[in-house]
Write a new protein. Structure first.
Length: 194
């Protein structure tokens, strides 16, 4: 009998998704517990500051909503649109699709993204934000995939370090699908190796 890969020992995907997903990598319960821990850490570090949360569209939708609901701090929220991937896994040129509207000069910025992969996105956004002269920029990502890093950039806060797998769900997409899943799952290679 074929030896099961370690991943098949991880939680199985819900029946309707078993043809597409290898497994559930991070469950909804694990995510919610970790998001609350991150929020407590951020509260300690930003208490008394004039906090502006800058979230990157579109992948942060779930993480951001849960994180800021857990944050017991006054804050203002803005979004930047930035996209590096088309349909597929190959990183393309970075395009800014929405600019920041709030004034961040002398403010404390918490930059939120769903995943830190090659680091190209965070690096470019930090460079752009620095031109607006905030007091400080701290970065917070749900997922950290160090194996793929190309740029020298790290997150100040991260939820989970993950291996080099194609993950979807909880905001993360493949070809704009799967963002609504309440967990982080691993996409089967045959789904993107057409
Ligand atoms: C994804 C993700 C991060 C970025 C990480 O964004 O949301 O912003 O890639 O990759 P990197 O570290 O290699 O730059 P994507 O461009 O797919 O847009 P999306 O958020 O709309 O899915």
């Amino acid at each position: 009998m074929k030896k099961p890969s370690p991943l098949s020992l991880v939680r199985r995907a819900p029946p309707r998704l078993r043809k597409e997903l290898e497994c559930v990598l991070i469950s909804r319960t694990q995510i919610h517990r970790r998001v609350r821990e991150l929020a407590r850490q951020i509260e300690r570090d930003f208490r008394g500051r004039d906090l502006v949360v800058v979230s990157l569209l579109n992948g942060t939708v779930m993480f951001l909503a849960d994180l800021i609901r857990s944050l017991n701090l006054p804050l203002r929220l803005d979004f930047m649109g930035v996209s590096s991937y088309g349909i597929g896994t190959v990183s393309r040129e970075l395009v800014f699709t929405k600019e920041l509207r709030l004034e961040v000069r002398d403010r404390d910025v918490l930059l939120v993204d769903d995943i830190l992969d090659t680091g190209k996105t965070l690096k470019a956004v930090i460079t752009k934000l620095q031109q607006l002269q905030p007091r400080q920029i701290r970065t917070c990502v749900l997922l950290n995939k160090p194996a793929r890093r190309v740029e020298r950039v790290e997150a100040d806060y991260f939820g989970f370090v993950i291996p080099d797998l194609f993950v979807v769900g909880y905001g993360l997409d493949y070809a704009e699908r799967y963002r609504n899943l309440p967990f982080v799952g691993v996409l089967k290679p045959e789904m993107y190796q057409a």
